[in-house]
Design a protein around this ligand. Structure first.
Ligand code: GTP
Length: 415
């Protein structure tokens, strides 16, 4: 006959030792400040919170149009709720099921938690890894000695939790430099969770250290459930914050990009330009603005079709983006109108840059026989100061003159 299990690795003696929760009082005289961790209350609370957070994550996943990080976090929380509930059902005749299945679910939750970090870091889910802990637990439970030994089960369960927490933290740590969102809260949660289970590994070995599990075990169990409550809340909201922050960045990138030419749009040019001009003003450096307008663009559209017009816009956008320095800001600010802000460029330099752009545009070859030219108006901080709208207005006047003087030319606002 297989030895009868005497507890559990993860959620031992749950309901039966509900009353085993202990009062923690500071030593010394005076009124005692005591704290009672009531296990059934804690268990019910944590299961309730896990389900609630899991459903919240499911909803957020559904609303996010497939942000899989949230899907895995939902799975982590809901499976953990089932595992904790089943794992705590001891003393009602289903101890073996509770130990085997309850802990398998908890390990599965650990695997899903690790995968949450993994997919957020841009790696695919790895199902052997997700299932590994649960399957290992199930296999070990086929070994009667393991099933009968509380210290062994506690040790293995602890090690698996530590392993999954460390793997989750490592996934975020590995790519922290490439992630533009703050991963520190989630990373911190995982490290604290792993550390807590390292402490459990040292202090809570069930009956093996001579303590009576029914007292100290249940006591530690209450702290474990409390930690699970805090960890579940912390990691769920930290994950949600990371995902939200990244989604905001994506929306912002879309809102600030011109979809046709893939360079910044007017919004991006204006907001980036104001920051750049303020910096130039503070550093006492000059700045210049080039306003570029493709010539006879309506005629190009009418003669060669809109697709050719679009191709010209894309080619000119690329020419601009590649033709200026990294610290310069370029944007498509209107239909066939582009702007470039050149920090550090005075009137002479900006005229040289504008002439180079004009020349490169005249050499663009869209199709045999199809040519495109650009007129450019230049204004610099020497005339306009560091006010973006004034620079735009003066460069627009210069552009108007370039058009009036025959197009395919550069004019400066002071000329
Ligand atoms: N293909 C294409 N055409 C566009 C786009 N945006 C604006 N346009 C066209 O660009 C043309 C601009 O025409 P106008 O403002 O008269 O300027 P222009 O023909 O270039 O004349 P000048 O500026 O005086 O040389 C219009 O016909 C717009 O329909 C676009 O995204 N794609």
């Amino acid at each position: 006959m297989a030895p009868r299990p005497n507890g559990s690795g993860m959620a031992s003696e749950g309901w039966r030792h509900a009353i085993g929760a202990r009062k923690v009082s500071p030593p010394g005289p005076g009124p005692s400040l005591s704290m009672t961790l009531h296990l059934p209350t804690l268990l019910l609370t944590v299961v309730y919170v896990l389900i609630l957070l899991g459903l919240l994550m499911l909803h957020a996943w559904w609303r996010s149009e497939g942000e899989s990080t949230l899907g895995y976090m939902a799975g982590t929380l809901l499976v953990a709720a089932a595992g904790m509930l089943l794992g705590s059902l001891r003393g009602i005749g289903i101890d073996t099921l509770s130990i085997v299945l309850g802990n398998m679910l908890l390990q599965l939750s650990g695997g899903l938690g690790w995968t949450t970090s993994r997919v957020f870091a841009g790696r695919p889910a790895w199902w052997p890894g997700i299932m590994g802990g649960a399957l290992l637990w199930g296999l070990l439970c086929l070994w009667p000695t393991f099933l009968a030994s509380l210290p062994l089960r506690v040790a293995i369960a602890n090690l698996l939790v530590i392993l999954y927490s460390a793997l989750g933290a490592w996934e975020l740590w590995r790519v922290r430099a490439s992630l533009t969102v703050s991963v520190a809260p989630a990373l911190g949660m995982l490290v604290l969770h792993g550390t807590f289970y390292c402490l459990r590994l040292s202090f809570d070995r069930g009956a093996s250290i001579g303590l009576r599990w029914s007292e100290s075990g249940a006591d530690f169990m209450a702290w474990m459930v409390l930690e699970a409550f805090l960890f579940a809340n912390g990691i769920a909201f930290a994950t949600l914050a990371m995902v939200r922050e990244r989604a905001e960045q994506r929306y912002r990138a879309v809102a600030y990009r011109d979809p046709l030419t893939d360079i910044g749009n007017r919004r991006a040019f204006t907001s980036g330009g104001e920051v750049l001009l303020a910096r130039c003003a503070a550093e006492g450096r000059p700045a210049a603005l080039l306003l570029c307008d493709l010539d006879h663009f309506k005629r190009l559209n009418d003669t060669h079709g809109h697709a050719m017009g679009d191709a010209a816009l894309v080619a000119f956008g690329r020419l601009l983006a590649l033709g200026v320095r990294q610290q310069d800001i370029c944007g498509r600010i209107g239909g066939e109108e582009f702007a470039c802000l050149l920090p550090g460029a005075d009137r002479t330099v900006s005229l040289q840059v504008a002439e180079r752009i004009r020349q490169a545009c005249s050499e663009l070859s869209l199709e045999p026989g199809v040519r495109v030219s650009v007129s450019i108006g230049v204004a610099s901080s020497e005339q306009a100061g560091y006010d973006l709208s004034r620079l735009l207005a003066l460069s627009d006047q210069a552009l108007y003159r370039a058009k009036a003087n025959g197009r395919d030319r550069v004019e400066c606002s002071a000329d």
